[in-house]
Design a protein around this ligand. Structure first.
Ligand code: SF4
Length: 373
């Protein structure tokens, strides 16, 4: 187990060696009691699992779509999107045949649009398979499917013996073992706990076990104030026994990078100037946002002297971005192809990034925001 303990010198750390030996011992003890652990967890899950659309009348397609939507998004946010999606795109074949514009429109508001594009391409590949593939390795070859998603899909749909290790599972395993290793990020923590997660997986019900672990993390073993008194695996939990569950896992604080971006609000005759990212763009391909001064061919210094209509903050991966939106006169000359005038009344027909749709609605509702040239 790697550590970034401050006492580390030349790759050797006495404290880390002690911690690892201790948590290894706890992990081994837990593994020897795994049947008891599995039973306690599963019995709890069978009674307390939330009724969710992908659990009622489950199907491979529902599992795949919900797993994609749940990456970086909470269950309660996903529910209305999933209902709308399933009503319009009920299976792999319909999704495979849908246009990318329609797929992105249905995804609008969930963010991280690469997930929608990957899901679309995945459906096209799955729909073309002569027969269904059932192994995690086969699913990992599909767009947007990593170790966690492949384990979730194949264990739930086909009973494949693959353990899911996400943030919830890391938190539970770190607490069960009181593992004091300091991880630089969640990916290295997941890698560290994967062997233990595999060792605890029952061969007969891997899908239910994986879902039970995730459910426990989502509804009982909270990051703060975990409900240890009612937790079904409390007798196996070293951190709870020590009375310090919140001390685990130990993850290095995320380094956020701050960025400032100016945006142009340019309105004429009831239409708004928007920027549509190119189809091949790495981020936000075919998605509209308010343009930056550079995209609109305007001088950033001049734009920033205009009326500030709104200042908004949002986090994207490791970036904390502040976006300042300025009222700006119409750019002169021929507009680049990526700039489009869109009537405010037609905005619903386009795909805008979720935050920009909210900001546009907010600014458009203000009186008199269109400057004159
Ligand atoms: S006993 Fe507490 S810390 Fe341990 S797994 Fe359960 S909720 Fe989490």
């Amino acid at each position: 187990m790697a550590t970034k303990s401050p006492e580390s010198t030349k790759g050797f750390c006495f404290a880390a060696t002690v911690f690892c030996a201790l948590c290894d011992g706890v992990a081994k003890k837990l593994i020897t009691r795994r049947t008891e652990f599995q039973r306690a967890l599963l019995a709890w899950y069978r009674v307390h699992a939330r009724q969710l659309p992908w659990r009622e009348a489950p199907s491979l397609y529902k599992t795949v779509v919900s797993e994609f939507m749940l990456q970086q998004t909470q269950v309660k946010t996903v529910l209305p999107f999933l209902a709308r999606w399933l009503a319009e795109l009920p299976d792999f074949a319909t999704l495979a045949a849908a246009s990318e514009a329609r797929v992105l429109k249905l995804w609008e508001g969930l963010g991280y649009y690469s997930r929608a594009r990957n899901l679309h391409r995945l459906a096209q590949q799955v729909a073309a398979w002569p027969e269904l593939r059932r192994t995690p390795a086969a699913w990992r070859e599909l767009p947007g499917v990593g170790p966690y998603t492949s384990a979730a899909i194949t264990s739930i749909s086909f009973g494949a013996p693959a353990a899911c290790v996400d943030g919830n599972v890391v938190r539970i395993l770190a607490r069960l073992t009181a593992d004091a290793t300091e991880f630089r990020d969640s990916a290295s923590a997941s890698k560290n706990f994967a062997p233990l997660a595999e060792a605890l997986l029952p061969v007969d019900t891997p899908g239910d076990h994986n879902q039970a672990m995730m459910e426990l993390g989502a509804t009982v073993c909270f990051r703060h104030n975990p409900l240890c008194l009612t937790c079904p695996v409390r007798p196996f939990c070293a951190a709870a026994n020590r009375g310090e569950p919140e001390a685990f896992p130990r993850l290095a604080p995320k380094q956020m990078e701050r960025r400032a971006v100016a945006r142009v609000w340019c309105q004429k005759n009831g239409a708004l100037l928007l920027h549509r990212s190119a189809a091949g763009a790495r981020r936000l391909a075919n998605i509209h946002e308010l343009p930056t001064p550079e995209q609109a061919g305007l001088d950033p210094a001049k734009v920033s002297r205009g009326e500030l209509l709104a200042k908004k903050r949002r986090g994207i991966t490791r970036f904390q971005i502040t976006e300042s939106i300025y009222a700006t006169p119409e750019p002169r000359g021929k507009l680049p192809a990526e700039l489009v005038w869109v009537r405010l009344s037609d905005l619903e027909t386009l795909t805008l990034s979720g935050p920009h749709r909210r900001w546009v609605a907010e600014i458009a509702a203000k009186p008199a925001v269109s400057p004159t040239s």
